[in-house]
Design a protein around this ligand. Sequence first.
Ligand SMILES: [Fe+2]
Length: 382
Amino acid sequence: MTSPADLASPVRLRAVSAPNQPDVTPALEELYRGFERELLIPLWTEIGDLMPLHPRSKAVPHLWQWENLLKLAAQAGELVPVGRGGERRAIALANPGLSGRPFATPTLWAAIQYLMPGEEAPEHRHTQHAFRFVLEGEGVWTVVNGDPVAMKRGDFLPQAGWNWHAHTNATAEPMAWIDGLDIPFQYLTEAQFFARGRDVLSDAERITPDRSYSERLWGHAGLQPVSAAARDAAKAPGSPLLAYRWENTDRALADQLALERAGVTSTVEPGHAAVRFSDPFTGDDVLPTIRAEVHRIARGAETKPARETGSSVYTVFDGSGTVTVGSKTWSVTRGDLFAVPSWEPFSARSEAAGSDSDSGALDLFRFSDSPVFEALKLNRSA
Ligand SMILES: [Fe+2]
């Protein structure tokens, strides 16, 4: 019979040299070997790592350049089919501080998804909450629970966990978008479920939609349906509105900057407009675990450094500028992505010009794990 002591222990203890710590003696070494054999770890050797004075993320600030990402995604488009098994041609950002795992931050997955002309990504569902944010192109739609939702540049499509979804590219061009999910968070919590759906979509789902059912029901600003059935359905986790169109986001940001110029309180700080995507039924974040926002920084404006608990991933939707995350500063341009780990200060300066921006500003799409931190009362900012 194998006794616990015969198993190789993964625990390795070293005496620490600190105030009030005992001298290293043969008796202390013997005590620590005893802890190792019995798989025990005393707090006093670990406290600096387990209970730091402030968050010290394993993730590091990092920039992924869109030009390189897109080139590799296009190569994958030629070499790797989309279908059952792999499910999606999604290529995830791997933060260099997170041991080669496909995690942009400890809680967030960010990937470029690439769909070739005529391709279909098969239907499935999972407990992970997800969204799509389109950087280039149009003509792909996502079928969510039988509701086809069109996608084009600047559109934001949230989709809470456990809803069926598939993608179809009916155009003659490849299309690329950003997928954001809470995969690392659910990996840590070990709460994941996954199910395969139909292999073939119905003919009705193949018709390029003008407006999805969800937009016709929930896409009228300031107006909620009174129908008890519609309101009951909207109580499911996440937003009942499945697409937030760029023209509305763009207008809201432009209006904030125009109001600021007119002397009306409207912006986060001078030259910095921002909107948060929200559930039209509850007013809360669009997903239980993910917050999504777009920030517009007027040319020449610079944001004040800000830090908060929890992590973010940013995408440069439009324009160019300089961003600083902790000790790193990068020049960024359209499509670039970067990770902001917990408690690292972040600021951005807009150098957008008419030649590299539709709006003449630096437009940043941001998603974060803030709803988790707020729900658990772990949110702090400075
Ligand atoms: Fe999915």
